[in-house]
Design a protein around this ligand. Sequence first.
Ligand SMILES: NC(=O)c1ccc[n+]([C@@H]2O[C@H](COP(=O)([O-])OP(=O)(O)OC[C@H]3O[C@@H](n4cnc5c(N)ncnc54)[C@H](O)[C@@H]3O)[C@@H](O)[C@H]2O)c1
Length: 476
Amino acid sequence: MTAQKKTGPDATDVRPAPVISVIGTGYLGATHAAAMAEMGFETIGVDVDPSKLAALSAGEVPFYEPGLPELITKHVASGKLRFTADLAAAVAEADVHFVCVGTPQKAGSHAANLTYVENATRGVAENLTHPGLIVGKSTVPVGTAARLRGIVREFTPSGIDAELIWNPEFLREGKAVDDTLHPDRLVWGGASAAADAVIREVYAAPIAEGTPVITTDLATAELVKVSANAFLATKISFINAISEMCAITGADVSTLADALGHDARIGRKFLNAGLGFGGGCLPKDIRALMYRANEIGANRVVGLMQQVDEINMGQRERVIDMTIEALGGSVLNRRVAVVGAAFKPLTDDVRDSPALNVAAALHLRGAQVTLWDPEAMETARRSFPTLTYSASMEGAIEDADVVLVLTEWDEIVEASPAALAAIVGRRFVIDARNCLPVTDWVKAGWTVRSLGRPTPVTGAPVSVAAGTYDAVATAR
Ligand SMILES: NC(=O)c1ccc[n+]([C@@H]2O[C@H](COP(=O)([O-])OP(=O)(O)OC[C@H]3O[C@@H](n4cnc5c(N)ncnc54)[C@H](O)[C@@H]3O)[C@@H](O)[C@H]2O)c1
């Protein structure tokens, strides 16, 4: 592409700043669009979902993300941020086009469904009316961007200069606004000198803050993102595998993780043993990596990711088994309180949520499951309308035969075990996130079972023997 005609938003140069289009306004795109506006750029968010667009245009965010409604409201009001379904009009107005559409797992396969990315890229290319920089942000299998360049070449009107680069996104749901405004690194691949200048202009604010920039080729940029997620998933499955040994031997996986975490080469983050990972990214990303690795003959990656996935899914089985055991061998018609439905705290995202998965599995086995989550009630209800939902944690726990803590929300971690003990049917909690202050719960008369963390013996009468997974409780 030719060098863009413009400079930064605050420059005194006569050339205006680039206008930004963001294609796809889900978790990634809505946050990115708001952040672009906050960085001073006129930004147009494009989506194919009219209800999402209507909500965003009214300053409402159709999902829970702390700080995002405020940012969107601010910039819709300032006029810097608009949302539209009219891709052609947005592309005609904008200079830099961020592709932020979904790359979900294909039905019946481990492969990523790249249809949305292909359609969005093609849509941008064929609607270009002046030189444009297309910036892929979605998470894609290595080799996708090179293929998309073919689409750009084929569909860009002749005589118009277009370039596609890849700039993967590392934001975390729940911290998406801060992660986007102040990223820990910026990576882009495949940029010519002119494209590099444009993308540096777009990211001038975080670069000025000292954010490290790594520029590379397309394949490396694509692989950085999937490798990051694969590494995080591996770390979680590693500690979950170790938690099984802790459970058998009576060792404490939380203390073990704390001790490991002091080693700067290891670090404490992503070493929380428990129900495992879920959400719209890690599970589908490791499967897409597995699939792509298999396609290109990188067999060690296939084997490694297969193990990581199996260990992760096995944690859900462990919690289901613990629940059956806690209820004496059958959950049929027993009252099971599930606290937490989101795949992690600070989000209402229930895509591949381990919590919801366990709740649904117990429901299918005949348990009377009542579920509560501080933010994910609506998303959970849409996915599993047949479960019973309670408007409060207390309502879910009332008269329950067993309580399952499946998402480590502060509301749950900080709840009074004594108050909950007074309303529950049977004081038995399965702390599937190893997040509860166990001693406090035991003092309040609860029997606590965890994944790989022994618990002090409770005074409450419990008819069920300690299982194979959770270590026999001993006073510690
Ligand atoms: N959610 C995260 O935390 C996160 C973090 C980093 C990267 N990613 C990656 O970002 C991508 C998007 O993820 P998400 O969680 O935002 O997904 P999402 O499902 O929340 O959003 C995708 C959006 O794209 C829209 N869309 C689909 N086709 C379109 C088209 N042709 N034109 C315009 N809009 C279109 C959909 O309507 C939807 O609103 C994925 O590749 C994901 O792996 C996500």
